[in-house]
Design a binder for this molecule. Structure first.
Ligand code: ATP
Ligand code: MG
Length: 362
């Protein structure tokens, strides 16, 4: 059994950069692949987020790392040890499940102590650890309550305390904030980041919320239909999406299909032409809302006339869907009070070609 005592950190070789590694991992249910040939690595202390639409294989991937689901092929390594066929309790992982799953008949303290008891920690040491964990998640006076006497957010924090209590090498979180309201969710994100940094635990975090992924992660793994589409920092994923799917899934954007001619200019299927210096061939252009500006404001870029199709007032700005030369483009702009664009209005806009992302079609 893996030692989970206090001296553990020293025992793990510091030269080993990667705490979790998946090598060509697949999971088949009958003929259907829930996960198809995934390879990824998480560095020590890294917060790595698995992001993708419902059913893309996020939970299956996390459960394979925890040991609750056995891969059909490939291997899983934790701290450089092949764990593919080891039971969950040998893997040095702590998991928070998609629904928080505290034991309802146990008090908060008993819940947090659960993993420690399995590891046969002596009572005194165990009690001290439970106290530390409840301090960490800022619920020090809740030890004797039952889960049913806690709010959803408090249950969430206790689930986190329970997962962290055994000082796992790897923390696995499956949509831990999905049931919280928007404000509590933002606070919990910040809290979790602080907790994760303070104990320097490698964390795999599942979400289908792109904002959560962008704000929390060191790196994001974008998944689609059981496969990895792209792995990168939030900036890399947003600014240089590798595929149209990634561009569309992270942030608002318009995708224009078309062709680059020999002069390097792109012409979309509907006929919108964007001058650039790209290599010839079929391609998709990604236009983010912030790349469109009102040309009356003196914005640089290619000038175009645009007709307003839809206008959504967001408070701090207005999101406008425009028809530009037969293509639909999304712009986000702060219009002067009382001058919000209406359906049918015509606007003069400038398309900034700086950092315009063009994805060559394979
Ligand atoms: N035990 C199972 N038997 C058969 N199919 C399964 C099983 N578990 C998962 N699947 C299928 O595998 C695919 C991936 O499921 P998974 O739970 O990993 O998705 P997810 O990305 O976590 O989705 P969500 O965001 O909805 O939680 C789905 O199509 C699902 O129906
Ligand atoms: Mg899931």
């Amino acid at each position: 059994m893996l030692a989970l005592s206090e001296g553990k950190e020293d025992a793990v070789s510091e030269s080993n950069d990667f705490v979790v590694e998946l090598r060509s991992v697949s999971k088949l249910y009958g003929d259907a692949a829930a996960v198809a040939d995934i390879s990824l690595k998480a560095r020590r202390g890294e917060l790595l987020c698995l992001l993708g639409p419902s059913g893309c294989g996020k939970t299956t991937t996390l459960r394979m790392v925890a040991g609750f689901v056995e891969p059909s092929s490939g291997s899983i390594h934790i701290n450089n040890i092949d764990m593919t066929h080891q039971p969950p309790y040998r893997r040095d992982t702590g998991m928070v499940f998609q629904s928080y799953a505290l034991f309802p008949h146990m008090t908060v303290a008993e819940n947090v102590a659960f993993g420690l008891e399995n590891l046969r920690w002596p009572r005194e040491k165990r009690d001290k650890r439970v106290e530390e964990m409840l301090e960490l998640v800022e619920l020090p006076h809740f030890a004797q309550r039952l889960p049913s006497q806690l709010s959803g957010g408090q249950q969430q924090r206790i689930a986190l305390a329970r997962a962290l209590a055994i000082k796992p090498a790897v923390l696995l979180l499956d949509e831990p904030f999905s049931n919280l309201d928007a404000q509590l969710r933002v606070r919990m994100r910040e809290e979790l980041q602080e907790v994760v940094r303070s104990v320097n635990v490698t964390t795999l975090f599942v979400t289908h919320d792109q904002e959560e992924a962008l704000t929390m992660s060191d790196r994001i793994v974008v998944m689609n239909a059981g496969k990895v589409e792209q792995i990168g920092t939030p900036g890399e994923i947003y600014e240089t999406p590798a595929t149209p799917f990634v561009a569309k899934f992270i942030g608002w954007c318009s995708l224009l299909k078309g062709t680059v001619d020999d002069a390097g200019a792109f012409t979309s299927t509907a006929g919108l032409r964007i001058i650039g210096k790209w290599s010839a061939g079929p391609a998709t252009v990604v236009i983010r809302p912030e790349q469109l500006k009102l040309s009356a404001d003196g914005a640089p870029g290619q000038r175009q006339q645009a007709r307003v199709l839809h206008s959504h007032y967001l408070g701090g700005a207005t999101r406008v869907v425009l028809d530009v030369n037969g293509e639909q483009l999304i712009m986000q702009e702060r219009f002067p009070f009382g001058r919000h664009p209406q359906h049918g209005d015509v606007l003069d806009i400038a398309i900034s070609t700086d950092n315009l992302r063009l994805i060559g079609d394979a």
